[in-house]
Design a protein. Structure first.
Length: 301
């Protein structure tokens, strides 16, 4: 009950209402504002995350007089408060579900911002819905180096050992009784899971404690491995049809980004520009929400 109350307060603070949309793969929960002339800002979290990952940015935006009042912050299927999808998701279906939720919230066009796995989905949405997508912001998006680690664990794992180790752990946990839930509870209570997540931040001391706690609470081995399978089977060729401007942000110390990812995105996405956020790891939206908000403002015009 307390957690439910806290989430309700967070949504009110962010100026959003809780909405449940019945989609082709089951109910999806989102926090929604009001469209502005049909335009919304879609916010997509990464794996082991939820809409709450965007709270630092939403609070900063409100405090600085530039609120994102038309946000549609989605708990992707299988994460946050959205139950596991009724059928397996691939990258294209995930994008279709996001569009379905945005339209149910009153959006006819959108700017979309995605973090990590959410960045991957954001690019898929822009490719699928090129007429409706005005701009894309991807924050440490799942890119070629991560996909190589999924498809070729040995070679790819040497390039991104922290991600490869995490994926291996998720695959092992899902084979345990109750998908490893008892083990995760012990790790969470001891604080070990939070410490294991600390490489995601440039300086864990500056990380939002609520985000670390949420990460501990949101680790779902089944959903994580399903997301990896969906990403690993994606076809990059569709990204070449993206017409809008795409800004890619990555932290200067991001353990999930490969050395050649920026160049690969430039080759695949016609209007892609890459920027590095100092003082940030994988979670720039938490460590440097000011930099992420500034980039989002540029896209929103």
């Amino acid at each position: 009950m307390r957690r439910r109350r806290t989430r309700a307060v967070e949504a009110v603070e962010a100026g959003l209402r809780r909405v449940v949309v019945e989609t082709a793969v089951g109910p999806v929960v989102a926090r929604c504002g009001d469209p502005v002339d049909g335009a919304v800002v879609i916010l997509l979290h990464g794996a082991a995350g939820s809409w709450r990952d965007w709270l630092p940015l939403l609070r900063l935006a409100a405090a600085s007089g530039r609120p994102v009042g038309n946000a549609v912050a989605i708990d992707l299927p299988g994460w946050g408060e959205s139950p596991a999808p009724s059928s397996a998701l691939d990258a294209d279906l995930a994008a279709a579900i996001v569009a379905e939720v945005a339209r149910a919230a009153g959006g006819t066009r959108w700017t979309v911002a995605g973090h990590s796995l959410g960045g991957f989905v954001a690019l898929g949405l822009a490719a699928r819905e090129s007429e409706a997508t005005d701009g894309v912001l991807v924050v440490s998006p799942t890119g070629p180096a991560v996909l190589d680690a999924i498809r070729r664990p040995v070679r790819g794992g040497l390039r991104l050992p922290w991600f490869a180790g995490m994926l291996l752990a998720m695959r092992a946990l899902r084979l345990l009784p109750r998908r490893g839930a008892p083990v995760l509870r012990v790790l969470g209570r001891s604080g070990a899971l939070g410490r294991l997540a600390s490489p995601l931040f440039a300086d864990p001391r500056h990380a939002d404690p609520a985000t670390l706690a949420a990460f501990t609470d949101a680790v779902r081995p089944e959903a994580f491995t399903a997301a990896a399978r969906a990403a690993g089977s994606a076809d990059f060729a569709a990204w070449r049809s993206i017409r809008c401007r795409v800004i890619g942000l990555r932290g200067a110390r991001d353990v999930f980004v490969g050395r050649g990812d920026d160049a690969a995105f430039r080759r695949l996405v016609p209007r892609f520009s890459a920027e590095v956020v100092p003082g940030s790891g994988h979670f720039a939206l938490v460590e440097r929400p000011d930099a992420v908000l500034e980039a989002l403002d540029r896209l929103r015009g």
